[in-house]
Design a protein around this ligand. Structure first.
Ligand code: 13P
Length: 254
């Protein structure tokens, strides 16, 4: 059975003291009421070490929001996969639409990052998603499968099996709009079939498919009922312990 994965992407929020308080409260809530899902949080780089100390000996896992593909070198301002592994990250989010749009990350960069992350025995969470214009033009499936194909081109089944894929429609991120269950079902089913046909039934079936985009406790339960929703990537609602874990609790009801 697939264990759901719920990840809090804190983005560029959380100075040190706030990050420690938030991590502490998630750890303490998980102690009193364990989740029926694997839970991870992705603080800013500056808070990773302090948060790592809070999550030690707890089920809460550490994630990073990005990394560079080279292990070291003259890349001012970047952080490498070996550095994130050393600090205790289990997961690295890659290809987030904010990285693609604001920082012009292209699919081939994301592909190299995937190789770097899995090469350090961490798991990558690859984000894909369409803009509103692309959806309105009927291009959603084309866009997400092309992003997938370009990022996964030539990768081995071993790499694929260590991935999660987050479908994050760009128009739903931070807008309060979320994709409805029918829209999520259509894209997730298509991603699953695409992975299975590209990498074989076994490898294509173990990849967890997460939904992200204005996920709130109120809508989580309607999405966990879908066969191909295996978790969530949560932005704004992950900045407080209660709503974040209430989202994860939606998996208890299945
Ligand atoms: P919001 O949940 O704030 O819409 O952010 C989603 C997201 O981008 C998670 O990576």
């Amino acid at each position: 059975m697939t264990v759901p994965l719920v990840v809090g992407n804190w983005k560029m929020n959380g100075k040190l003291a706030e990050s420690v308080v938030l991590a502490k409260s998630i750890v303490s809530r998980l102690k009193t009421k364990p989740a029926n899902a694997e839970i991870a949080i992705a603080p800013p780089f500056t808070a990773l070490a302090a948060v790592r100390d809070e999550v030690r000996n707890s089920p809460l896992k550490l994630a990073a929001q990005n990394c560079h593909w080279e292990p070291s070198g003259a890349f001012t301002g970047e952080v490498s996969a070996p550095m994130l592994s050393e600090i205790g990250c289990h997961f690295v989010i890659l290809g987030h639409s904010e990285r693609r749009q604001i920082f012009h990350e292209a699919d081939d960069m994301i592909r190299k990052k995937l190789i770097a992350v899995t090469g350090q025995n961490m798991r990558a969470i690859l984000c894909v998603g369409e803009t509103l214009d692309q959806r309105q033009a009927g291009k959603t499936i084309d866009i997400v499968t092309t992003q997938l194909d370009n990022a996964l081109k030539g990768l081995s089944k071993g790499v694929i099996e260590n991935l999660a894929i987050a479908y994050e429609p760009v128009w739903a991120i931070g807008t309060g709009l979320n994709a409805n269950p029918e829209q999520v079902r259509e894209v997730h089913n298509c991603l699953r079939i695409h992975l299975q046909s590209g990498f074989g039934a076994a490898s294509g079936s173990v990849v967890r498919l997460l939904y992200g985009g204005s996920v709130k406790p109120e809508i989580a339960a309607s999405l966990t009922k879908l066969d191909e929703v295996n978790g969530f990537l949560v932005g704004g609602a992950s900045l407080l312990a209660e709503p974040f874990l209430a989202i994860a609790d939606a998996f208890n009801e299945n």
